[in-house]
Design a protein around this ligand. Structure first.
Ligand code: GAL
Length: 634
């Protein structure tokens, strides 16, 4: 399949006379797709029931007639002001009990059933009107679930919904009391309507109470998405997409993805490095204008799996953004590099955000492909270059990777409720494991926690998986490659208590986490070979073979030929050493990469990306800073 490019466009922001010039410039730039509509509700329905589709009809016509394919967004991330008058209690409430106000976006509560019905209605109306429009070739539902931390709401609607959800799940207050261990601190309930949301308690609420609320809240996102998906499917065969974000674990993307056809995400590498990712000051300085060299790849691999093999980038950073603490411009070449990297990881389409920089409102300092005066911004030429390269290059097809990483949202909620060490976070641990695999030059697939088949993989990592699912446990027992579990894997029950026998309970392996320590940032456990564990260390007992020890003689890695358990959170160099020795033992090729270079293999090609801010050499080829190089695999 030929890869394609697109752009995000807001016809309602520009005079209608400008639309056709914009459309022809988009096609001239080599773009195929245009995403519109996702924030346009106040212009689609300016007052309740008054529908003014004509402008959108014309916009779709102009864009479509210019040869562009339209991705039409449902506008449910921005309910108009009248909606709040109609449903005053639809606004979400933060953990401190304060109602979040109108005046920006995402001002709604996922559990508010009245608002959910309004979204169902607008999705139905859009489906009826545009479902068979030949120019509408894909749909986007809502925009960035959980953006601005909007999954959790402590509203009346949430409390009522939570009580019903608990009643269905546990059937009786007694069963809930037992499951949660509510005899502790006399927390027992007599009825479900006594159970409040887990905020504003005197000290920490019970962990299973928090976990249940996270599960309930995630289910609300899944249900909110599904009502719109069901409506659109009645009227359209075009694929349904949502644009997920980076580093968001607040809802179960595997479950939302099950109701959609394609997973897309919004990639802002420089904003992310500055705002959302860990890294030393030197590291952040070195990648200031390129972004973290593994962050984009991680999310491509994650969402390729969430999309059951179908991945898009719905929004690609083109220049400085407006929302990070500092907003430097990308190095020349980075917009092209990020785009090719997405393709190499299986993306079918990459859309830039946005066409023209808006001279007004919140995002006026956010770059686009055009400046506010319509002159080209630097990324436009890079997009044009990619379009030409796509035309010239034989197609690239995603290959099955040698290495895999299991990623689980429920574990993220469990560890948020019970971090035990201030910096224990699921994303961070999984990302550390992913980066170690990638620094070894491996291509990686990310797998859901219910994975039942590991065949074909040589190396599988499953750090921090709170409870191994039955299918995954069985797959591990049959696995012929090598799996590295831990730390913290299979050490809890689904209710976040300690199982008996204590975990991990792995088939044929006698290993028990007997005691757990977390450590402040400057402390570490040193291993026999000089490596170090930070943040976390588990004292392992059992008769399984010990492969590595700490300096004080505790097991650091235990297991057998196929399944090993890692007792701590290795620092970068230690993780690299562990991956290398597992690869050597199992005959997996490790590629020595200079710092800043990353590779990704497709079926036919090896892609090499230079994330460094200076040229680097690969097999005697010099790759400039922000350069991309590809070579056919023999
Ligand atoms: C995304 C969002 C867009 C725009 C963009 C700016 O999070 O989906 O609407 O706000 O960020 O970088």
């Amino acid at each position: 399949m030929k890869r394609t490019l697109g752009v995000c466009y807001y016809p309602e922001h520009w005079p209608e006379a400008q639309w056709s010039t914009d459309a022809s410039q988009m096609t001239a730039a080599g773009l195929t797709w245009v995403r519109i509509g996702e924030f346009g509700w106040s212009r689609m329905e300016p007052s309740p029931g008054k529908l003014t589709w004509e402008w959108l009809d014309r916009a779709i016509d102009v864009l479509g007639n210019a040869g562009l394919k339209v991705i039409l967004g449902t506008p449910t991330a921005t309910p108009p002001r009248w909606m709040i008058d109609k449903h005053p209690d639809m606004l979400a409430v933060d953990a401190d009990g304060r109602t979040r106000k109108f005046g920006s976006r995402r001002h709604y509560d996922f559990s508010h059933l009245g608002y959910r019905d309004e979204c169902k209605r607008i999705a139905r109306l859009m489906g009826e009107r545009y479902g068979r429009n030949p120019h509408v070739a894909a749909w986007q539902i809502d925009n960035e679930y959980d953006c601005h931390e909007t999954t959790l709401s402590y509203s009346d609607a949430a409390r009522n919904g939570f009580q019903d959800w608990l009643a269905q799940k546990y059937q009786s207050p007694d069963a809930l009391n037992r499951a949660w261990g509510n005899v502790f601190w006399s927390m027992e309930y007599d009825s479900f309507d006594q159970i409040d949301l887990p905020n504003l308690t005197v000290t920490e609420p019970n962990h299973p109470h928090q976990l249940a609320f996270r599960r309930f809240s995630s289910d609300q996102v899944v249900a909110f998405n599904k009502v719109q998906a069901d409506e659109l499917r009645k009227h359209s065969d075009a694929p349904l997409i949502h644009n997920y974000m980076g580093r968001i674990t607040a809802f179960d993307h595997w479950k939302v993805g099950a109701d959609l056809d394609i997973a897309s995400w919004d990639s802002y590498p420089i904003g992310f490095l500055s705002d959302r990712l860990e890294g030393s000051p030197d590291f952040k300085q070195a990648y200031l204008r390129q972004g973290h060299p593994d962050n984009q790849a991680f999310h491509h691999d994650l969402y390729r799996a969430v999309g059951k093999g179908r991945l898009w980038v719905m929004e690609q950073q083109p220049g400085p953004v407006n929302w990070a603490p500092y907003n430097p411009a990308p190095l020349p070449g980075m917009a092209r590099l990020w785009t090719w990297e997405a393709f190499a990881h299986g993306a079918e389409t990459v859309c830039y955000f946005r066409w023209r920089q808006a001279p007004f409102a919140q995002e006026q300092m956010h770059a686009g492909l055009l400046r506010p005066d319509s002159a080209p911004a630097p990324a436009l030429a890079e997009a044009r270059q990619v379009a030409d390269e796509i035309a010239a290059l034989p197609d690239v097809a995603t290959a099955k990777a040698q290495a895999a990483l299991v990623f689980d949202y429920e574990s993220a909620w469990g560890w948020d409720a019970q971090p035990q060490g201030a910096d224990f976070e699921m994303f961070r641990l999984a990302f550390a494991a992913y980066c170690a695999l990638r620094r070894a030059g491996l291509s990686i697939d990310i797998l859901p926690p219910e994975t039942a088949d590991l065949s074909g993989y040589k190396l599988v990592l499953a750090p921090g998986i709170m409870v191994l699912s039955d299918p995954l446990r069985a797959a591990l027992a049959r696995f012929e490659g090598t799996a590295l579990l831990g730390p913290r894997t299979d050490t809890k029950t689904p209710e976040l208590s300690i199982p008996t026998p204590m975990g991990p309970n792995l088939d044929g392996l006698d290993i028990t986490v007997a005691l757990t320590e977390s450590m402040p940032p400057d402390d570490a456990i040193t291993l026999e070979d000089g490596g170090q564990f930070h943040h976390w260390f588990e004292h392992l007992e059992g008769t399984a073979e010990i492969f590595t020890k700490t300096q004080s003689g505790h097991p650091a890695i235990m297991g057998n030929a196929n399944v090993r358990y890692l007792a701590g959170w290795p620092d970068e160099a230690t993780f690299d050493g562990i991956i290398q020795s597992l690869c050597t033992e199992h005959g997996i090729e490790v590629v020595k990469l200079p710092e800043g270079l990353r590779i990704r293999d497709t079926d036919t090609h090896r892609f090499i990306f230079n994330y460094a801010n200076h040229p680097l050499t690969w097999n005697r080829t010099q790759i400039p800073a922000a350069g991309v190089h590809w070579e056919a695999l023999s």
